[in-house]
Design a protein around this ligand. Structure first.
Ligand code: KIV
Ligand code: ZN
Length: 517
């Protein structure tokens, strides 16, 4: 990829995003978000508007002092005091930037600024010259550029470039642009300004839901910096969403011929962090980072994804840091996804039982808004497996002793209402306990997998053990939880054996001996 194909990502979550009504990030929150943005390798972090308040000044300063990697920018109107505050706030950054702006549209100049176009040009000249006397890296934005006249805007941009601004930003401040028109507009401005050494930037708002599309149209027209925010936060309807712009450039590199320097696997984590810190939830259907972005419920889609996920997914969930594709079971689901989920839960039902389970499940979906995995498991246990007459064991007591490199265990079970005790030695206490249980039940399944993890974080952490047992062509998963890891392991084994009993009864398989069927 040559130099011209590299698009810089200018993140303004902490400035424009924070301007969204209802968002107020404190210094610590800004620092945490900025740290994650830096790890994700955004090119520029606009940390705030230092002249807006002492708190904003302080937050920009903290980010500039602490967060290394990206350029740290501070926003400033063309006023000298704003520019001074921005310069002061970003002073500690290894690479600081002053981002100064003034409006250039007829309506803003007349009603907001009460300035003539000539006065605006003079203001730009003075502001950029002053900013450049304080710092090397100056960006100039023409607010409401998309509603400004091309020849006038080009004159403003030429002035800014000639006074030393190296980045020229074309904002669609009010989200009025449409992609085809914005493409032509950006191209016309770049040509009319005729300053090939500058980096062209865009900053699009989402009032008509086209901020990302307009930003991408501008990239096609020659923009090489896109200003955007995590989760599309920002004034009114927000800004172009960072994750949408970045993943569009990546997924459709064949079309745009451009790339960013971002570590996209961090998108999901940064999006959740920003959502938590701002209190603005991510809608489930949000592109790229919504909970449903890689979830499939319709049976036809699920079948397609199970055969080859590219049938319905244009991005790999892992590439954006999402856990993986999720097949959501609901009334639209088909039998392939249903079977996969049931197998993931450790059941391997014969075809006719699977069909029975699916019929009961669909009926449940009609009656209950959300059917969880727990509902599904309870349903299979009570409606399908309980019908199969099978032996059942339960733990009564256990006693283990641990020696160096070995262990012994004495286990007492309730075996179909009858008490049964046996003891065994093994490589460790868990191995010994499993052998003792096997002696009582009369067979020893293959332990195909064993894991234990902590499910709570306190000192009394609950451990959850998981075993995968195989026997007679049946594979089951057993789980057990306890604050004692040995007890959790014993319970998981007993759970697995009970599942083996039920599955064997369903399938008419006899369990006996070691790994026999
Ligand atoms: O929307 C806008 O025009 C802005 C500028 C300050 C870049 O946020
Ligand atoms: Zn904006």
């Amino acid at each position: 990829m040559n130099e011209t194909g590299r698009v810089k990502i200018f993140d303004t979550t902490l400035r424009d995003g924070e301007q969204a009504p209802g968002i107020n990030l404190n210094r610590e929150e800004k620092l945490r978000i900025a740290g994650q943005l830096a790890k994700m390798k955004v090119d520029v972090i606009e940390a705030g508007f230092p002249a807006a308040s002492p708190g904003d000044f302080d937050a920009v300063k903290q980010v500039a002092d602490a967060v290394k990697g990206p350029v740290i920018a501070g926003l400033a109107r063309t006023r000298r005091e704003d520019i001074r505050a921005a310069a002061e706030a970003v002073k500690g950054a290894s690479r600081g930037r002053i981002h100064t702006f003034i409006a250039t549209s007829p309506i803003h100049m007349e009603y907001k600024l009460k300035m003539t176009p000539d006065q605006v040009v003079n203001e730009v000249r003075e502001a950029v010259t002053y900013a450049r006397s304080l710092i090397d890296d100056v960006e100039f934005s023409a607010e409401d550029a998309s509603r400004s006249d091309v020849p006038f805007l080009a004159e403003v941009f030429r002035t800014a470039a000639d006074c030393g601004a190296m980045t020229l930003n074309i904002p669609d401040t009010v989200g009025y642009a449409v992609p085809e028109e914005f493409y032509a507009f950006v191209k016309a401005i770049i040509e009319a300004t005729n300053r090939p050494h500058v980096t062209w930037s865009v900053h699009c708002h989402d009032d008509l839901g086209m901020a990302a599309a307009n930003s991408l149209a501008a990239v096609r027209a020659g923009a090489r910096q896109v200003e955007c925010t995590v989760n599309g936060l920002g004034e009114r309807a927000g800004n172009a969403s960072l994750e949408e712009v970045v993943m569009s450039l990546r997924t459709r590199k064949d079309s745009y011929g451009c790339e960013t320097g971002l570590d996209t696997t961090r998108l999901w984590g940064v999006s959740s962090l920003v959502s938590r810190m701002t209190g603005f939830p991510v809608p489930p259907n949000k592109a790229v980072v919504g909970a449903n972005a890689f979830a499939h419920e319709a049976g036809i889609h699920q079948h397609g994804v199970l055969s080859n996920r590219a049938t319905y997914e244009i991005m790999n969930p892992e590439d954006v840091g999402a856990g993986g594709s999720r097949l959501v079971l609901g009334k639209h689901s088909g039998k392939h996804a249903f079977r996969q989920r049931v197998e993931e839960m450790g059941f391997s039902l014969p075809e006719e039982k699977l069909a029975d389970a699916m019929a009961i499940f669909k009926d449940l979906c009609d009656r209950k808004e959300i059917v969880t995995s727990d509902d599904l498991e309870a349903m299979i246990n009570s409606e399908i497996l309980a019908a199969a007459e099978s032996r059942k064991i339960a733990l009564r007591t256990f006693l283990v002793q641990v020696g160096e490199g070995h262990g012994t265990a004495t286990i007492t079970l309730d075996d179909d209402g009858r008490e049964a005790t046996d003891a065994a030695a093994g490589n460790g206490p868990v191995d010994a306990a499993y052998r003792a249980i096997s002696r009582i039940v009369g067979f020893e399944p293959e332990l195909e997998d064993y894991s234990i993890r902590s499910v709570t974080e306190d000192t009394d952490a609950i451990g959850e053990a998981r075993v995968v047992l195989g026997m007679g062509g049946i594979q089951v998963t057993g789980r057990g939880a306890s604050t004692d890891v040995i007890e959790a392991s014993i319970r998981a084994y007993i759970d697995g054996i009970n599942r083996l009993f039920r599955m064997a009864a369903l399938k008419g398989v006899r369990l006996y001996g070691k790994n026999a069927g």
